[in-house]
Structures are given as structure tokens and as C-alpha cells.
Design a protein around this ligand. Sequence first.
Ligand code: CUA
Length: 362
Amino acid sequence: MTTALRSPRLRRLLILGGVVALTLILSACGGDDLPQNTLSPRSERARNIDGLFKLTLVIAAVIFVAVQGAILVSVWKFRSKKGEGDKPVKQIHGNTKLEIAWTIAPAIILAGIAVPTVQTIFDNAEARENPINVTVVGHQWWWEYQYTDYLREDGSPLITANELHIPVDREIALTLIADDGDVIHSFWIPNLTGKRDVVPGHVNTLNMSADETGEFYGQCAEFCGLSHANMRLRGIVQTQQEFDAWLAGQLADPNLPAVGEESLRADGWELFITKGCAACHQINGTDAIGGGTNPGPDLTHVASRGTFAGALYDFNTDNLSRWLADPSELKPMEPDLNRGMPNLGLTNDEITALVAFLEGLT
Ligand code: CUA
């Protein structure tokens, strides 16, 4: 070991430097491929936001280097030198010119940043032509989407949950609402657009679009209680053709067991009505009208979704069975307070039948 490394202070400094460098390097991992990333914009509005962020970052970096540089130069230049001993340093108090300068300079910088910021806010708020209108309803703790341009046979809008399907290169006009008695949520798909609060008793709007097909992850961005972190969503961007096929599927009648059918899924359908599922969950065109004080997702075509429970779990037999056995085990909820799905105390046979029924709702 060299003499220098034997100094404990220097060793500590080297370790600290190594940790800082490693943190910076590791936090830069992942790049553009992360599924929920505001730094890899996939739409015009997301690019506007990204551009504004980068501009602000550059300005902040220049200021950081200038201020830290000045501090380092001062520390070096005015350090105590050999032979000066305990000689008192020159005492200074106040400098009007400097104080005016460092009040005005930040004010000018902030005013400068405000110009592109306000411009971006207006650009992003501007509605484009020919939008698809979707009403987004925030619930504790899942998302409901009402496609008010596309009506079912009974005249009600197409309704789905958690996974928002949109065609590529098309303006989407979102209307954001929450039920009275619910709390504030915030809708956010970072790759596609900015975030906006979803407030009970208030109507907000948010516009978005997507440049490319794919699945983009989103997340409720306003603390909304126990399962806020589990209130996820997916933006599923499809070609116009795929979107049209999806629409047709969603607007079709639900795939129910035939009257008098003897099968596992027919048993499941009966349980769905008798066990109380139908009081909270809708299956369009049936006695399962859902709604109530603790509404759950519309399940008309639930098997067409890739995920469930606030886009938290993949839609498969194993996860559905575990969910029905004890929903709050998979996602903490408060059903006693009308927030989330209760444990219905189902037997294993009942769960098997219900899962078979749900998996048939394509
Ligand atoms: Cu909804 Cu956080």
C-alpha cells in the first residue's frame, strides 16, 4: 500500500467517491427500454415535456458548475497558508452590489425558464382535430374508461378498466372525473403525455396521442390511500385495424353460457349472480348491473384484458384463483369502507367455477 492510501481520511474520501460514482452509473442504467419513462417520449406532447426538462437541466447544470466552481476556487485561494498561524482573517460585512446581483440574476433566469414552460403548457393543452373521446373515472384503486363515441346496443358507452386501448397517431381527448366520495387521483402515462389530477366533483381534461404501437405503463400519481402504489394502468397503442377489431369485440354481446348449459362456467355464472359479484360488477345486457356504493370494474369482456386488479396482475387462472380466495392478500384494500373487493369466503370449487366463467368472458 502506498503511503497516501494509509491515510484513513483519504481512504474514506476514495470510498465515498466510489459510492457516488457507482450510484450515478447505476441510476443511468435501463435507458429507453424502461416501460414507464418520461425520458423516452413517444408522442409530440411527451417530447415537448422532455425538451423542456432537458433545457431546464442544462441551465441548472451550468449554474451548478459555476457556483461549485466559485466555491472551490475560493476555498483554494483563501485557504490558511503556512506561517500565517492564528492571524485573524479580514472581517467583511455586506456588499450591496453583490446582493443586488444575486437577487436579480436568479429572477431573470426564472423568468427566462417561465417562457418555454408556459409555451409548453399551452401547446400541450391545445386540442387537435378529430379526437376519440374517453371519460376516465378514477376509483380507489383502479381506472375505468368510458368510450363515449362508441355505444353498446343499449346506448350505454363501451366501458373497460385499467387498460386504455387507443389507435396510433390519433388524438385522444380524455375527460377525467371521480365519483363523489372518492378521493383525488392523478392519471399519468409518462411516455405519452403529462399527468393530470382526477378530482371528485370537478371535470379535468387531458389530451394525448401516441407515435408508435406498443404497451405503455402508467401509474396513479396522487396519493389516494392504501393501494395508491397498486393503482396502475396500461396504455395499449394499436394500429387502426387492431383497434377496430378490439372495438368490435368490446361492443359484441358477452360470451355467456347457454340457458340450461351444464358446465363449470355455467355454474360460475350462477355463482356470479348468487354470491353478490353482480352487485358491484357489470356484465352488459344481463342482470349483473353492477354500480352501487362500491363499484368494481365492468367485466363484460374481462378475458380480453391482459391484466386485472389495477393492471397489477396478469390475467391467468392462477392469479384469478388467488384473487378470489382473498383479494386483499394480493392487493391491500378496505372493503369494509367500500374501497375494493371483499373476501366472499368462497370454497375452492366455487373459485374454480367462477374462474372458468370469467376466463370465458372474451
Ligand atoms: Cu389513485 Cu393514487
